[in-house]
Design a protein around this ligand. Structure first.
Ligand SMILES: Cc1cc2nc3c(=O)[nH]c(=O)nc-3n(C[C@H](O)[C@H](O)[C@H](O)COP(=O)(O)OP(=O)(O)OC[C@H]3O[C@@H](n4cnc5c(N)ncnc54)[C@H](O)[C@@H]3O)c2cc1C
Length: 289
């Protein structure tokens, strides 16, 4: 379980980091918190010859609100930063809650939101709630920056649209007038267990009528996914408990979960039905929880 040899760089700017990645190509890997990367290197699953640490890029740790732009979360913010940030707690407590309930205390202190996204595993906790809130991500490379919807970033397990010389620098949640949002996960233990299934929702209610919503599912397909058919059940309708159950059933139907040691496909589908119904109810009745 020793790390293989590698050259280590800790650049002082994003531009310098990108040129190191461009120079070394597929031989280089970015290191953020290292909770995934170093684990894979120790187990022989990855052996990069060059490791480019983001450790000196302190601007990427910032979490702030910009009028007109929304909530900006630096990619190096740790799960603990998300859980305790006053601005996140004020705007979208649901993000803080998601971060607070994932992994364990040690991991939350070093694991970053950028690593959680780029690692691209179906059970990752942060992508569903960020997708439900309509998050955009900013990628910076040697030739400039580009922005895309987070929900368009994922291609498959460990596969994303990021180029080898690009860095995920920030996550942006534009203001969209949601009245509520929440994230609910089910793990086999209360702490330190990956999600067997999870549901994140955002809603915009006008009295009893749902005028806008997003439902995002985790561990429900090879990539974090929107449950669009379930969303269509509720849009512009007066919300009742029966309709919430129907949306849960629809989310379960459109999901594509896998059989694994943590749960069968059938079990996960049933979890998705129940979690979706509960998450919707919570966000509609309690706001940003
Ligand atoms: C014991 C344990 C429990 C865990 N529990 C959970 C859990 O409950 N829920 C959950 O979602 N995850 C969990 N994880 C997984 C992991 O902790 C998270 O995915 C974490 O957020 C990864 O972030 P990191 O900064 O450590 O990433 P790293 O390991 O540093 O990087 C992960 C990958 O992303 C790339 N990368 C990192 N940052 C960037 C960036 N800014 N731009 C471009 N590429 C980048 C790296 O090159 C690497 O390929 C757990 C891990 C462990 C070891």
């Amino acid at each position: 379980m020793y790390l293989p040899d590698f050259d280590y760089y800790a650049p002082d700017s994003v531009a310098e980091a990108c040129s190191l990645l461009a120079e070394h190509g597929p031989k280089a890997k970015i290191l953020a918190g290292g909770t995934d990367l170093l684990h894979k290197m120790k187990h022989g699953e990855l052996a990069p010859e060059v490791v480019v640490s983001l450790n000196n890029l302190n601007a990427l740790k910032e979490i702030r609100y910009e009028q007109g732009r929304g909530l900006i979360i630096g990619a190096r913010a740790t799960q603990n930063d998300l859980a305790t940030s006053p601005v996140i707690q004020e705007k979208y407590r649901s993000i803080s809650e998601a971060a607070h309930h994932m992994a364990n205390n040690q991991i939350r202190h070093i694991g970053t939101v950028g690593g959680n996204i780029v690692n691209a595993v179906p059970s990752a906790d942060l992508p569903p709630i960020l997708m439900a809130l309509g998050a955009l991500i900013q990628l910076v490379g040697p030739t400039g920056k580009r922005t895309m919807l987070l929900e368009e970033f994922f291609l498959g397990v460990h596969q994303t649209r990021i180029q080898g010389d690009e860095i995920l620098t920030e996550i942006i949640i534009p203001e969209q007038g949601f009245t509520g949002s929440t994230y609910i996960r089910f793990g086999l233990r209360r702490s330190g267990a990956l999600a067997v299934a999870s549901t994140a929702v955002s809603v915009t209610m006008d009295g009893e009528i749902c005028r806008g919503l997003r439902i995002a599912l985790g561990a429900a397909a090879p990539v974090p996914m929107r449950a669009r058919a379930a969303e269509a059940v509720l849009l512009n309708r007066k919300i009742t408990d029966e309709l919430l159950e129907e949306a849960g059933v629809q989310a379960a139907q459109e999901s594509r979960p896998r059989n694994s040691i943590r749960g069968s496909e059938e079990y996960r589908r049933d979890l998705i039905r129940v979690l979706t119904r509960r998450a919707l109810k919570k966000a509609i009745t309690e706001g940003h929880v």
